[in-house]
Design a protein around this ligand. Structure first.
Ligand code: MN
Length: 346
């Protein structure tokens, strides 16, 4: 291969890094040039010259597209597809441990409570995003609330919590479509003993950022998008964005270098990095190196973007507990059985 020479002004640093394929296996070398104004150029040493000409940024490479499993019921209220969990793909998507997706499902009007009764969690956070339908939550920290379309619950299990997750009484009585996701976010070892906490993030509290060229919008549930701070308090750096894209439009989403970056397609169809198409239920996973991703909507599309700083610590999970060692899991079971995680008060 003939060498390629480019002229890069004001280089402040230059380094060769191996592209991260998420399993720690070598893929290829990239030479990065960081220039004085903060922009970054990347050159694939063994491949072609690849520079985004508009911004001079390096886009994160598409790593793979993963399809969710078949549907199963959680309690009698949540028909979910397991997109990933901490025994499989969740090991490579740190800090994200598990994602369950309830695709739109029509409930007939009913009388009996729908959902899951009291159960414990420890060592991480559960984030529930409602798109259709209405959910009610109560926990042993005294937290609780009802969320509807566009609202989010962010629960920190931390040192141990007991909670219940049901449809709201009103939604059960009336019936209608339910669509939601639940994401488990890991906590660093030092935060696994944090006091349990509950955040209700109502639609009105979640900032919406319009994308350039009328391409759509980003709801910043957590993190930072173009200087707009998300609504949720998090323990480690996380961007959780609800992205709406208009058919035919394309958007460049800035996401930090080194972060795990992935998104779930909730509806519509998109083309990723001008390479491959993804549709409803697909999980699109990117390599960690790079400053953002490019997505083009083939039809009006809705995406849940999950981006976060990886936590480089062992993951030992069992059922509702995710800790760093087997001994800590045994301790969690003991704490729960002895009532140390508290109870839900009427
Ligand atoms: Mn739960």
């Amino acid at each position: 291969m003939n060498p390629v020479f480019i002229r890069v002004p004001f280089v402040v640093s230059s380094e060769v890094r191996w592209a991260d394929n998420l399993s720690g296996m070598l893929t290829e070398a990239i030479r990065y040039f960081r220039v004085r104004d903060g922009r970054c150029y990347g050159v694939h040493v063994n491949r072609e010259l690849k520079i985004d000409e508009h911004e001079g940024k390096v886009m994160k490479k598409l790593f793979r597209i993963h399809q969710s499993s078949g549907m199963h019921w959680v309690g009698n209220g949540f028909p979910v597809r397991s997109v990933f969990d901490y025994n499989g793909l969740g090991r490579e998507l740190s800090p994200f441990l598990l994602l369950d997706y309830a695709a739109p499902y029509e409930f007939t009007p009913g009388k009996e409570k729908r959902g899951v009764g009291a159960h414990p969690h420890k060592g991480f956070e559960t984030v529930t995003v409602a798109y259709q339908g209405e959910l009610a939550h109560r926990d042993s920290s005294g937290g609780g609330g009802t969320i509807g379309p566009g609202d989010v619950q962010w629960m920190t299990a931390g040192n141990g919590i007991v909670h219940e997750e049901f449809h709201s009484q009103e939604f059960t009585r009336k019936g209608g479509p339910l669509q939601m996701v639940q994401l488990w976010v890991n906590l660093r070892a030092k935060d696994k003993t944090a006091k349990p906490r509950y955040q209700t993030l109502l639609k009105a509290q979640i900032p919406t950022v319009e994308l350039p060229d009328d391409a759509g919008s980003v709801r910043v549930i957590a993190g930072d998008c173009g200087g707009h701070r998300g609504a949720a308090k998090t323990f480690s750096p996380i961007n959780l964005w609800d992205v709406n894209l208009r058919a035919g439009k394309s958007a460049e989403l800035p996401l930090p270098d080194g972060h795990t970056t992935t998104f779930l397609v909730l509806s519509g169809e998109v083309t990723v990095n001008s390479e491959r198409d993804a549709r409803e239920g697909d999980l699109v996973i990117f390599a960690r190196d790079g400053d953002g991703i490019t997505v083009k909507a083939k039809a009006d599309a809705k995406l849940l973007v999950m981006d976060g700083e990886p936590i480089a610590e062992p993951i030992v999970g069992h059922g509702p507990f995710v800790m760093n060692s087997r001994a800590e899991i045994q301790q969690a079971f003991e704490d729960y059985q002895l009532g140390r995680m508290g109870e839900i008060l009427a």
